[in-house]
Design a binder for this molecule. Structure first.
Ligand code: ZN
Length: 87
């Protein structure tokens, strides 16, 4: 089994800030803004596995090891999210 999701995790949608392409559906924990993406928490991947937008080609993240595991460090201003607040 993968990493256990935090109790407050919810599914958000992550979009390209340049062209509005949906990039990921993602299980996010915590109330803070999105600064990194953990690959194992991606629920749907619309990028084809790259860290570039499939529609406009903008690079939106860099692969990094953060806190002992792989993560995609979000580049500021390249993405926006929907669904950060729970109903
Ligand atoms: Zn784009």
């Amino acid at each position: 089994m993968g990493e256990r999701l935090p109790a407050d995790a919810r599914t958000i949608s992550i979009f390209c800030a340049r062209c509005n392409q949906l990039l990921y559906k993602y299980h996010k924990g915590g109330a803070g803004s999105l600064v990194k993406i953990r690959p194992q928490r991606i629920a749907e991947d619309h990028t084809g596995g790259a860290l570039d937008c499939p529609k406009c080609g903008q690079t939106f993240a860099r692969e990094r090891s953060i806190g002992g595991g792989p993560a995609f460090k979000v580049i500021g201003g390249k993405l926006y999210t929907r669904g950060m607040r729970r109903k």
